[in-house]
Design a protein. Structure first.
Length: 404
């Protein structure tokens, strides 16, 4: 065991004291700092503040001196001059006044106009909203005419104060804008103000495209996200069932795109289609494309192989079946179509045998009423049309068909 004498213990204690006390000495004000601080406060000026900050930038007095200096400088800035305020913010990014300056810049770019005031100034347009740029008020108006959408900036007296902007319409097909949706509004995303609006594309079919759009008024850039699908009806009204193209793409998620996708996902009029129904819609589209003359002159029919996860297969399993020697078959309505799904006992595959739009008028249009097996492979489709009847015979083995 080592024994320390009194001198050794004193030396160790002194070293420990120095290690503990040293940081306190480093962080404390030096006499030179205190002397210059006292001198600066006796005769305060921007020049004196700058001198202190240049000599002692890390001093514990520095934050107070910086606040005094920037307060003095900012007091000379015209608070209504948006460019002067922005210039100050850029010249002093680390100013203690940064939050106050940011709030002032925001007010310079936030319109005080009500929706009613904006629409009054833009009475010839479909919708309008107030917007402010660098403390100057404008009205942004939108017009949809002949399938084209135009944005127009107006002064408060309703006169154009900039060139009109043609909206770059977002569409997957030949559908055209048919109506504006929701309200035109200005939203803040990060430090930018953007114009938010929505429109719907449609044509002669049930297909619809709902587009959420943002327009960066300062940089002239459009951001879009689309929900496309079919318009369906429920007891609560019409809605679009489909998918969002941008949500499926898996591309770069900018702050603007994130905002647009959130807007789409929270819209009760847009309902994402299930995988089962998506598979069904694809099968229906395939069958109709491959059998364009099935209800008129065709003598053969092409069957569509079904994914077991399709809602057609799900409905088949729930429906009463006609049992044949080689096949079972079921007749039912699904997603706006009357269809026949068959099950092959040999291959254990599900096939889409027949598909046609659901009969809308049973007194006038043809109605596929029942099906039954005539023999091992031939399925009879029994129709009513008004007061007359007819049959279509489909051979599930050869895919031949005939009418009688």
């Amino acid at each position: 065991m080592r024994i320390f004498n009194s001198k050794t213990i004193a030396a160790i204690a002194a070293a420990a004291f120095i290690q503990v006390a040293l940081p306190l000495v480093v962080s404390a004000q030096t006499p030179a700092e205190t002397k210059l601080y006292t001198k600066t406060m006796k005769k305060p000026s921007v020049k004196a503040y700058d001198k202190f900050l240049a000599k002692f930038p890390s001093s514990s007095y520095a934050e107070e001196i910086l606040l005094l200096r920037d307060t003095e400088l900012f007091s000379k800035v015209d608070k209504d001059d948006a460019m002067a305020v922005k210039a100050f913010a850029q010249a002093h990014p680390d100013s203690p006044l940064s939050e106050q300056i940011a709030a002032l810049i925001l007010s310079h770019n936030t319109s005080p106009l009500s929706k009613e005031e904006a629409k009054k100034a833009a009475s010839d347009y479909d919708d309008a909203v107030g917007w402010r740029k660098d403390n100057v008020d404008h009205v942004m108006a939108v017009r949809l005419k002949d399938g084209a959408i135009t944005l127009q900036s107006l002064s408060l007296d309703g006169k154009p104060d900039a060139d009109p902007v043609a909206v770059l319409v977002h569409t997957l097909s030949d559908l055209k804008p048919s109506s504006l949706k929701g309200n035109l509004e200005v939203v803040r995303i990060g430090s930018s103000s953007l114009l938010s609006f929505a429109y719907e594309n449609e044509g002669e079919s049930a297909e619809k495209e709902w587009v959420e759009a943002l327009y960066d008024m300062e940089n002239g850039v459009f951001h879009n996200a689309m929900f496309y699908g079919k318009e369906l009806s429920s007891k609560d009204g019409k809605y679009i069932e489909g998918q969002c193209l941008e949500a499926l793409s898996g591309g770069l998620m900018t702050s603007q795109l994130t905002w647009l996708l959130s807007k789409i996902s929270s819209n009760p009029l847009l309902k994402e289609i299930s995988r089962a129904d998506l598979l069904t819609d694809e099968s229906i589209a395939w069958w109709l494309d491959k059998n364009p003359d099935a209800q008129t002159t065709a003598r053969t029919v092409r069957f569509g192989a079904l994914d077991p996860e399709s809602s057609i297969v799900e409905m088949y399993k729930k429906t009463k079946k006609e049992n044949g020697r080689n096949f079972n078959a079921a007749l039912f309505d699904l997603r706006g179509y009357t269809m026949i799904c068959a099950y092959s006992k040999s291959t254990q595959d599900y096939i889409l045998v027949w598909c046609e739009p659901v009969c809308k008028n049973r007194n006038r249009d043809q109605l596929l009423n029942t099906i039954y097996f005539e023999n091992d492979n031939t399925l009879d489709l029994f129709y009513y049309k008004g007061r007359t009847t007819f049959k279509v015979r489909v051979n599930l083995a050869t895919k031949n068909m005939r009418r009688s």
